[in-house]
Design a binder for this molecule. Structure first.
Ligand SMILES: Cc1cc2nc3c(=O)[nH]c(=O)nc-3n(C[C@H](O)[C@H](O)[C@H](O)COP(=O)(O)OP(=O)(O)OC[C@H]3O[C@@H](n4cnc5c(N)ncnc54)[C@H](O)[C@@H]3O)c2cc1C
Length: 610
């Protein structure tokens, strides 16, 4: 086995295989290690849906890249990944749901993803097996579809090998040490024994300039080995497969194409055809997190028992939507671990505080995202920035305040919220309050309606003092929310009279000494405020953008505190010729701590073993 590489990828699921393939495309000497078999994690039992896009720009770009990439895989590798393009019908049972689809449509338009609006009659005309009398309409994406998860992973692995990458199975990574210039990674040979996978005495050490972890359900073990927190904890996810539905078989035998993937968001499920029957995948309430403190070594390509009671309501609503499915029995079921994160987005980017260590963890749509995740992560690794803004996926968005309990409960919430109405002013209730400022109780008494930012409770606006608990929830809307006139009154008060802003949730940096002003002037993109004033500005990356990882996108309140000394001699090129320089500035940034874009990477300590 190779003992020195430029990049080591840990984990041979869809995500790891794609990253290895894209690293090899860059010409990087790459090794992928898998403790068991390729696809033996969550990848093997995925339903293979490839939703072309969602409401996040970053993930839409990622999904869009994946789809284009998967379409070319057969030509590149000779392996057919089993890609069916049949469209995706997002149905709406209410006007509010149609409102929700408007921002979906604008995201699609911005990212160049085609879509159509359909009325209930148009749906019925195209797909007569679908009941439409209680629908308001639908958003249809013709380029959506599904793929065979194992086949696409094997095709990407073959692509990686063709480009020079090495893939080794039955090697488990057991330790990471940073030497100051590279990672020393201890690996153990795994062997089959009586149906179990066990560690042998054979060990090796591999040195790598860069390491990417894509360890799926084993993320908690990876976190312990690295001495960091990774809030990727799986939740149970089930889907059931029915026997052939005679009405569907007849429809197909008449020469009709497959139904699109049907999504009844109000009923919390997706449905697609499978060999004349249907696959139903619900995002039900009450799905429990699993492996909070680590995935057992004995858990391989295993499944949990089906919990049909938990998905009874969704099952009944499928029968309501597709009446012919009432007559068919169940053929198969899958209940597997699906990784989630507290906000539902994967953790893709630099590991907090560790040099040349990259995380690709917490994928709940890992088959869809794998292609794009590999493409854009490798841009970050090789160029320092990706061409898209990856801020929403940056693993550093969760700080040390995050606990295992928080991650587990929030991940259950994120799962359950997949199909809720996602208002733009959505706030989620689980694990709150977690971090409160000294003024919290007084703010609450005064009617504060809180949002959660970086774990902190922060007043979004002040509503009535005697507001019921449901006030903020009920105030949400896709149009003008019920909070509007309260926010308007506050803005007016601050403009016309005075106001107090609680900045506890902001990170504060004090920059002082000779050169402080020049540094801040260089670091931020607005003119600095006069002494005694504040202004809102951005901190820039070394490329002059507001993208991670070289600088976390951060809006800063730069406040000039007092003139201590003039920042004259400085290594930073000045972007302003202002004369009123002051040596002491306080900078309050609205995001997590930012590594300086012009300093070299922070020296990485050896990760502590927990
Ligand atoms: C029932 C169900 C249906 C799903 N349907 C869909 C769907 O329709 N569409 C979709 O996009 N997603 C779907 N998913 C989610 C999808 O399965 C995952 O997002 C995806 O498989 C994650 O891929 P991965 O490569 O991150 O992780 P995995 O596939 O779990 O791979 C991680 C790999 O890392 C290896 N590993 C871990 N630790 C080490 C170590 N220390 N050393 C070496 N190797 C290690 C593991 O053995 C494993 O093979 C579904 C999930 C479930 C449970």
């Amino acid at each position: 086995m190779k003992t020195h590489v430029k990049a080591l990828v840990v984990g041979g699921g869809a995500v790891g295989a794609s990253i290895a393939c894209h690293l090899a495309k860059r010409g990087w000497d790459t090794l992928l290690l898998e403790r068991d078999e390729l696809t033996s994690g969550s990848t093997w039992h995925a339903a293979g849906l490839l939703p072309h896009f969602n409401m996040s720009y970053a993930t839409t770009h990622i999904h869009d890249y994946s789809i284009r990439f998967y379409k070319g895989l057969e030509a590149e590798t000779g392996l057919n990944p089993g890609f069916f393009v049949l469209g995706n019908l997002r149905m709406a049972q209410s006007r509010a749901r149609m409102d929700e689809y408007m921002p979906y449509a604008t995201t699609a338009e911005t990212c160049g993803v085609p879509f159509e609006w359909l009325s209930p009659d148009q749906i019925k005309e195209r797909w007569p097996l679908v009941r439409t009398d209680d629908l308001v309409g639908a958003l249809f994406h013709p380029t959506d579809g599904y793929i065979n998860p194992a086949d696409v992973t094997q095709a990407m692995a073959k692509g990686a090998r063709q480009l020079g990458a090495t893939i080794e199975r039955k090697w488990q990574v057991d330790g990471y040490d940073w030497t100051g210039s590279e990672w020393r990674v201890t690996v153990t040979r795994m062997a089959e024994k009586g149906g179990n996978l066990v560690a042998t005495d054979e060990q090796a050490v591999i040195t790598a300039e860069h390491v990417v972890t894509a360890t799926g359900n084993h993320a908690q073990r990876t976190a312990r080995l690295l001495g960091i927190k990774i809030p990727a904890i799986p939740v149970e996810h089930q889907y059931i497969v029915t026997e052939p539905d005679p009405a569907l078989v007849e429809w197909r035998n008449a020469g009709n194409p497959q139904h699109p993937v049907l999504r009844d968001a109000d009923a919390k499920w997706y449905v697609r055809e499978e060999r004349g029957g249907w696959i139903l995948g619900p995002y039900e309430r009450g799905a429990p997190a699993q492996f909070e403190y680590g995935c057992p070594d004995s858990f391989r390509a295993d499944l949990f028992p089906l919990d049909l009671e938990r998905i009874e309501a969704e099952y009944m609503s499928m029968i309501h939507r597709i009446p012919s499915s009432e007559q068919v029995g169940l053929k198969d079921d899958f209940n597997g671990p699906i990784c989630f994160t507290p906000d539902g987005n994967p953790l893709l980017g630099p590991a907090p505080g560790l040099r040349n260590m990259w995380l690709a963890e917490g994928f709940s749509f890992g088959i869809t995202a794998a292609g794009g995740a590999g493409h854009y992560l490798v841009q970050l690794m090789a160029e320092g920035e990706a061409e898209i803004d990856m801020g929403a996926l940056d693993p550093r968005r969760f700080g040390d305040w995050m606990t295992t309990e928080y991650a587990a409960r929030k991940n259950e919430e994120a799962y359950e919220h997949v199909f809720i109405l996602h208002h733009p002013d959505e706030e989620r209730p689980a694990c709150r309050p977690l971090r409160t400022s000294p003024a919290y109780d007084r703010q609450k008494r005064l009617g504060a309606q809180f949002g959660q930012v970086n774990g902190w409770e922060r007043p979004n606006y002040y509503g009535p003092e005697d507001a019921p608990d449901s006030f903020d929830h009920d105030a949400r809307s896709f149009r003008r929310g019920g909070w509007w006139h309260y926010a308007e009154a506050e803005a007016r008060a601050i403009r016309e009279r005075a106001g107090l802003i609680d900045a506890t949730a902001f990170t504060e940096h004090l920059v002082r000494g000779p050169g402080a002003t020049a540094f801040l002037d260089w670091f931020t993109c607005n003119a600095l405020p006069r002494v005694g004033r504040v202004n809102l500005t951005y901190a820039l990356s070394s490329a002059g953008t507001v993208r991670p990882p070289t600088a976390r996108r951060s809006a800063c309140l730069a406040a000039s505190k007092r003139a201590v000394s003039r920042g004259s001699s400085t290594p930073f090129p000045s972007r302003s010729n202002r004369a009123d320089t002051a040596g002491g500035f306080r900078m309050i940034s609205a995001s997590v701590t930012t590594p300086s874009p012009f300093a070299s990477h922070p020296a990485t300590k050896r990760p502590s073993r927990l």
